[in-house]
Design a binder for this molecule. Structure first.
Ligand code: DAH
Length: 345
């Protein structure tokens, strides 16, 4: 057996050093050390030796195994660097060839519009601000003059957090309006701010309702701010989204945190005589807004005799749907690549 082992070592090492490429080397390795390899077979046979011979021959077999493994490893490294060197000097590698294309990401349509509007509004001196998605009942409702018995506060569309008995209630913010309160407390007046972000409602989902969607709040508080200032901001916003001036009109609307409150409509950007989007009327309802209610100013410690302001709430998800012709709001948060890949830059 000793002779056979020595022969294995001699032939094995020779075969290793003769191997010119990785495939051949791999073949040598499995013939020697693989599951059915020659040395493996010898090692299995050790058990049949006498107790005196076993340790001696066993030691020799292990030495040989290690020697072969070492030689294999060394040869592998040598072949690999030779191949690389040959590639570099020969015709194998052309470093001027373009690489394999990396998969390209894109900007989500909602984010794309938010970024454009951030540019437009920061150039007009607005700060971009945000608040937490888990909001206090006080900021989401009370400070916004939404009375305790207002239906919006109850379970049907607010998602409430579990809080410890006796501690203040918290919810997933149902709109970006609480950022009005946070920003005014942070910066005081005068202030111009926009606040794009995610909002949440307990909605039955359909093509125009989702439990998670995006809004963008706008707020200006200063001395002598009125409806014309609000209209100018809204019109500038629409021009930013649709790339041209749209004809707009104001209708009265009610929201507890503004007085007077309005709904802004714009001439349908897609037709002249009525289409599916404007449902034949040539007007589409685009965004609510109004003059900040005195109770909101008081809630943040401002004197409504001294300051006034306007606020508006843009449905970012909806405006993105309009601009890109997206037919179902549920695409927005779907994470579906078939949808998202259409917005690659
Ligand atoms: N927060 C309101 C909502 O989500 C939208 C809104 C209406 C915001 C009027 C405003 C506003 O700032 O003035 O339904």
């Amino acid at each position: 057996m000793r002779d056979r082992l020595e022969a294995l070592r001699r032939d094995g090492l020779a075969a290793v050093s003769e191997a010119q490429d990785l495939d051949t080397l791999y073949g040598v390795e499995s013939r020697l050390l693989g599951r059915t390899g020659a040395l493996t077979a010898e090692l299995k046979g050790l058990g049949k030796l006498s107790p005196e011979d076993r340790p001696v021959v066993g030691k020799l077999a292990n030495e040989i195994k290690q020697a072969l493994q070492g030689a294999l490893e060394e040869r592998r490294t040598a072949i690999e660097s030779a191949e690389l060197a040959a590639d570099l000097v020969g015709e194998g590698l052309d470093p001027s060839l373009p690489g394999a294309p990396a998969p390209k990401g894109g900007v989500h349509p909602v984010l794309a519009i938010a970024r454009e509007l951030e540019d437009v509004f920061s150039s007009m001196g607005y700060v971009v601000w945000d608040g937490p998605e888990i909001e206090t009942e006080a900021n989401n409702f009370d400070a916004l003059n939404i009375p305790a018995d207002h239906p919006a506060r109850e379970g049907h569309d607010t998602i409430w957090m579990k809080v410890e008995e006796g501690s203040p209630r918290r919810c997933l913010r149902t709109h970006t309006s609480p950022v009005q309160v946070r920003a005014l407390r942070e910066f005081g007046a005068p202030l111009r701010v926009i606040a794009p972000g995610r909002v949440f409602r307990q909605e039955a989902q359909d093509a125009t309702h989702d439990h998670t969607f995006h809004q963008m709040e706008g707020l200006v508080v200063d001395k002598g701010v009125g409806v014309p200032h609000m209209l100018h901001a809204m019109n500038t916003l629409l021009e930013g989204v649709f790339g041209r001036k749209l004809e707009t009109r104001l209708r009265p609307g009610f929201f507890p945190f503004v007085e007077p409150g309005f709904e802004l409509d714009a001439r349908c950007p897609f037709c002249k005589e009525g289409c599916k989007v404007c449902k034949g009327s040539t007007w589409i309802e685009l965004m609510p807004g109004g003059l900040v209610h005195p109770n909101v100013l008081t809630a943040v410690g401002l004197d409504p005799e001294e300051y006034s302001g306007f606020a508006f709430g843009l449905g970012l998800s909806r405006i993105a749907m309009l601009r890109y012709g997206i037919n179902d709001i549920r695409w927005m948060m779907s994470g579906d690549l078939r949808f998202l890949e259409q917005f690659q830059a």
